[in-house]
Write a protein that binds this ligand. Sequence first.
Ligand SMILES: [Zn+2]
Length: 203
Amino acid sequence: MASMKVAKPLLNVINSFQKLPGIGPKTAQRLAYYLLHVPQTELDSFSSAVARIKLDTKLCAICRNISETDPCPICADTTRDQHTITVIEQPLDIFVFEKTGKYFGLYHVLHGVINPLENIGPDELYIDDLVRRIRGSTVEEVIIATNPTMEGEATSMYVTRLLREASPELSVTRLGMGIPTGAYLEFADESTLIRALEGRRAV
Ligand SMILES: [Zn+2]
């Protein structure tokens, strides 16, 4: 596409879409042209939803979940099992666990995995917060539920070592089999995740 021929406002939208993960130039163009057929009121609510997404949310100071409130509704819910924390990569993974209806403990969101190729080290993640949270707490078990990818496994090992040092009596477990190597929890169906949760093993 000769960019000079495309109207500037359209080009701006194409460029914005192209910055999103999984969207190539062709899809970005298609989406931008599609929006021209959408009523203005819908465009307004779409753009204001995008504009407010960071302004109206915050990180829970306890678990680092994204929430409208701090602490988040899960951390604030005293009926949940306060002795179990599941460690996940992304806030989205919380929904996967909540959907099973079989997990009643708390969470801790790392916001990524250790990935040397992308210059993401332990300091870029909320690992220290987790260790601080465990130390001197009543938490009895930490379930490490990072994805079964190379980076997820490496992160799991790193976190396990730090937790062991911080609290030798703590039980650290890893999700059991069922989720294929290289897969992501967010795509696992509920029964697979329930099996993985029930089949968790000490690490
Ligand atoms: Zn929270």
